[in-house]
Design a protein around this ligand. Structure first.
Ligand SMILES: CSC[C@@H](O)[C@@H](O)C(=O)COP(=O)(O)O
Length: 346
C-alpha cells in the first residue's frame, strides 16, 4: 500500500484520502500543485514524511504541466508553486526539506526546460522511493528495542499512511511483529482528528497486530499501573537539542511515561531533524480550526453547547530529557542528543 504515488500515464498525483478511512478506502487525484497544497492543508494526506513527498510531487506537477517555454516564465511559475506548497502546513520540516531538494535541482545551470522538468519529476520519485527504504531501516533498528510480550503505547499515526509506505514508529512495531514477537498495542485515539482510532487501528487490523484503542487521557492510567513497557511515537520536527515536536498530546504522554520509568522512543527519519532550530520553543506550531475540536457528536447529537469556543494546537513539543532515544535510519541516538544528533548527521 502506498499513501501517495505518481501516475505516469495520466501525469497526476494519486493519494489515499485519509479523511475517509477506516470507512472507505478512496483515492484522490491531484492534477495541479494547488490541489496538492489543499490536500496537505485538509489532511487528505498527513504525517510528516508523506507531506514531504506530497510537496515534492506538487512541484513535479507544476513542472510537468507548466505552459512556459521561456526560462523566466517557467522559473516564476515554479517559485509560485513552491510558495503555495510551503504555506500549506508549518510544523513538519519534511515538507520544507523536500521542497529544498527540488530547489537544488532548479538551481542547476540547465538551459533545456524539458530536461529540467524530467529531473524535477525524477527527484520527487527518488524522495518517495528513499522514504520507503529509510522507514524500513528505522524499523529494523527500532524493532531491536521491542521484546516479545511487550505492550506498547503509540500516539497518532506513524504507519504506512503517514509515510509513503511501511512507517516509522508503527513501522518498528510492524517489524517486531513480522519477526514473530508477540506484542500488544495500546492506541491513543489522538483527539481531535483521531489519527490513532481511525488510521493506526485500521493499519493494525491489516497487519494482524493485537491492539486496543484508548482515550488519550487513559494513557497515564495504563503507564502508572505498570501495563505498558514502551511508548513509541514519531516526530514532525526535531530541534538540534533533541526536543521533539509531534502530535498534540505527545508531551503529556512522555511526561507520564518518564514519571513512571517507562522508556520513551521517538522514531523519525534524519530529514525530520532541523539543526537550524536550536531548541523546541522555536518550532512553529500549527493552530488548526476550532471546528475540529467542537464538531463532535454522541449518538447523533452535538456534544458542546452552541457558541462554544475552542483552541486547537495541532502539535506540542516534548523536551529531550523525557526521551530515552531517537530511532533514525542511521541508528539509535541516545543522550546527549545535541552532540549525538550532530555526529549522526555529519
Ligand atoms: C511518521 S509520522 C510522524 C508525525 O508526523 C505524526 O506523529 C503526526 O504528528 C502527524 O500529524 P498530522 O497532523 O496527522 O499530520
Amino acid at each position: 500500500m502506498r499513501s501517495i504515488e505518481w501516475d505516469e500515464t495520466k501525469k497526476v498525483v494519486r493519494m489515499i484520502d485519509q479523511r475517509c478511512l477506516p470507512q472507505r478506502l478512496e483515492m484522490v487525484e491531484c492534477v495541479d500543485y494547488h490541489e496538492v497544497a489543499n490536500a496537505i492543508r485538509d489532511m487528505v494526506i498527513r504525517g510528516a514524511p508523506a507531506i514531504g513527498v506530497a510537496g515534492a510531487m506538487g512541484m513535479a506537477l507544476a513542472a510537468i504541466h507548466s505552459k512556459y517555454n521561456d526560462w523566466e516564465g517557467f522559473r516564476r511559475y515554479l517559485d509560485e508553486a513552491d510558495k503555495v506548497l510551503r504555506a500549506s502546513r508549518p510544523t513538519a520540516v519534511n515538507l520544507f526539506w523536500a521542497l529544498n531538494r527540488i530547489q537544488t535541482i532548479l538551481q542547476r545551470p540547465i538551459e533545456d526546460i524539458e530536461k529540467l522538468k524530467k529531473l524535477i519529476l525524477a527527484e520527487a520519485l527518488r524522495i518517495a522511493e528513499e522514504d520507503i527504504a529509510i522507514n524500513y531501516q528505522i524499523s529494523l533498528f527500532g524493532s531491536e528495542l521491542i521484546q516479545n510480550g511487550d505492550v506498547i503505547l503509540h500516539h497518532c499515526n506513524t504507519g504506512a499512511l503517514a509515510t509513503v509506505d511501511w512507517g516509522t514508529a508503527l513501522g518498528c512495531i510492524r517489524m517486531a511483529h513480522q519477526q514473530g514477537k508477540h506484542i500488544h498495542v495500546l492506541v491513543d485515539e489522538t483527539r481531535p482528528r483521531l489519527q490513532g482510532a481511525r488510521l493506526t487501528a485500521w493499519e493494525l487490523e491489516q497487519y494482524g497486530i493485537s491492539y486496543e484503542i484508548i482515550v488519550d487521557g487513559a494513557a497515564g492510567y495504563f503507564l502508572r499501573t505498570g501495563k505498558v513497557q514502551k511508548v513509541f511515537f514519531g516526530a514532525d520536527r526535531i530541534a538540534a537539542n533533541g526536543d521533539v515536536a509531534n502530535k498534540i498530546g505527545t508531551y503529556m504522554l512522555a511526561l507520564a511515561a518518564h514519571s513512571n520509568g517507562v522508556p520513551v522512543y521517538c522514531a523519525a527519519p534524519i530529514s525530520t531533524v532541523d539543526l537550524s532550530i536550536p531548541a523546541g520553543e522555536s518550532i512553529p506550531i500549527e493552530e488548526r480550526s476550532a471546528d475540529e475540536v467542537l464538531d463532535i457528536q454522541y449518538k447523533g447529537e452535538n456534544v458542546v453547547p452552541k457558541g462554544a469556543k475552542a483552541r486547537n494546537p495541532a502539535f506540542d513539543v516534548t523536551p529531550h530529557f523525557l526521551l530515552t532515544a531517537i530511532i533514525t535510519e542511521k541508528g539509535v541516538v541516545y543522550p546527549p542528543f545535541e552532540e549525538n544528533l550532530r555526529q549522526i548527521l555529519s
